[in-house]
Design a protein around this ligand. Structure first.
Ligand SMILES: NC(=O)c1ccc[n+]([C@@H]2O[C@H](COP(=O)([O-])OP(=O)(O)OC[C@H]3O[C@@H](n4cnc5c(N)ncnc54)[C@H](OP(=O)(O)O)[C@@H]3O)[C@@H](O)[C@H]2O)c1
Length: 282
């Protein structure tokens, strides 16, 4: 079992959250796997991964129900993140979506509510809805997801748009495009990113270079991929695991420190971008 505490990342509103959390995409899709999913999330919570990311989209609400069951009795220890779909993100639609999410989660409030990706609805309208939800105490903060630099610039131009506390985006060894574009943009403004699909939904795990570093340091490829993202201390990382073994492995990834030669080997296999590049999506 890992011994050291999970490092924390400070959001622009001063709240600190664990750097390593838990994702829930593909949970809540089948009653057959529900118990295992609840138990995996509960083990993760015991191990300190108390930031849980979900969305109204996942399992058409089923993932929020799984999360609700997993956090029943320990809500105050959890930093709960959920998301509104772009097509629901009008002023009244966002409020209704949030109320439905809260009902499925069995909670009175969401800690961080995100716009899942940018759609056709004006950002000013969604921001106004987020402000209203904060006023009612139904959410404690808000942010965005899948926003590139141009979207972030449009957002901060909107009244109140500079209150976003994170941008949740795709980032892993294979998806480094933002290192010279979105990453410096948010760093300058003190907005931490939240990295989703940190092991590329498992597709990274067969890579020979990753496997060779993992074998050398006696870790698993997933742990090396996670340790590589966690090396950036201002990045929140949210792997999804529905097996107890994966949850334990992921928590233990925080104990791994990659050496300069490990990092150089990974850079050779997964080169950083040679200049500003657009954000990638899944
Ligand atoms: N904002 C967005 O648009 C967006 C998009 C994608 C994802 N997300 C969020 O980010 C979270 C993470 O991303 P993701 O689910 O796409 O992908 P991911 O975390 O990169 O990969 C999840 C997959 O990897 C497996 N896995 C986990 N730990 C492992 C380990 N130690 N060894 C081997 N396999 C392991 C899981 O298997 P088991 O489940 O069998 O353990 C699952 O199949 C999501 O769940 C979601 O909350 C957000």
């Amino acid at each position: 079992m890992p011994r050291s505490a999970i490092p924390r990342v400070t959001l622009p509103n001063g709240i600190t959250v664990p750097q390593l959390g838990q994702g829930t995409w593909r949970m809540g899709e089948s009653p057959r796997t529900r118990r295992a999913e609840v138990e995996a999330l509960q083990l993760g919570i015991e191990l300190g991964m108390t930031l849980i990311d979900t969305a109204e989209m996942y399992g058409s609400g089923g993932a929020e129900e799984v999360v609700g069951e997993a956090i029943d009795g320990c809500r105050e220890n959890i930093y709960l993140v959920s998301k509104v779909l772009p097509e629901n993100a009008t002023r009244s639609g966002t409020i209704a979506a949030c109320e439905w999410s809260l009902a499925r989660l069995g909670c009175d409030y969401i800690d961080l509510y995100l716009l899942h990706w940018r759609g056709g609805i004006k950002l000013a309208e969604t921001v106004a809805a987020f402000q209203a939800l904060m006023g009612e105490g139904l959410i404690r903060s808000w942010g965005v997801s899948n926003f590139d630099v141009d979207d972030m610039e449009d957002l901060v131009d909107v009244t109140g748009g500079d209150a976003a506390v994170t941008d949740q985006i795709l980032y892993n060894l294979q998806r480094r495009s933002i290192e010279k574009s979105l990453m410096p943009w948010v760093q300058e403004r003190g907005i931490p990113l939240m990295a989703y699909s940190p092991i590329e939904q498992g597709r990274l795990l067969r890579d020979p270079a990753l496997n060779s570093v993992a074998a050398r340091i006696k870790a698993t490829p997933a742990q090396v991929a996670l340790a590589w993202t966690l090396r950036r201390k201002d990045l929140i990382v949210i792997p999804k695991a529905s097996s107890l073994q994966h949850v334990k492995e992921n928590r233990a990834a925080l104990e791994i420190e990659l050496s300069a030669s490990d990092l150089a080997a990974l850079d050779r296999a997964f080169p950083p971008p040679d200049g500003p590049k657009p954000l990638e999506f899944l």
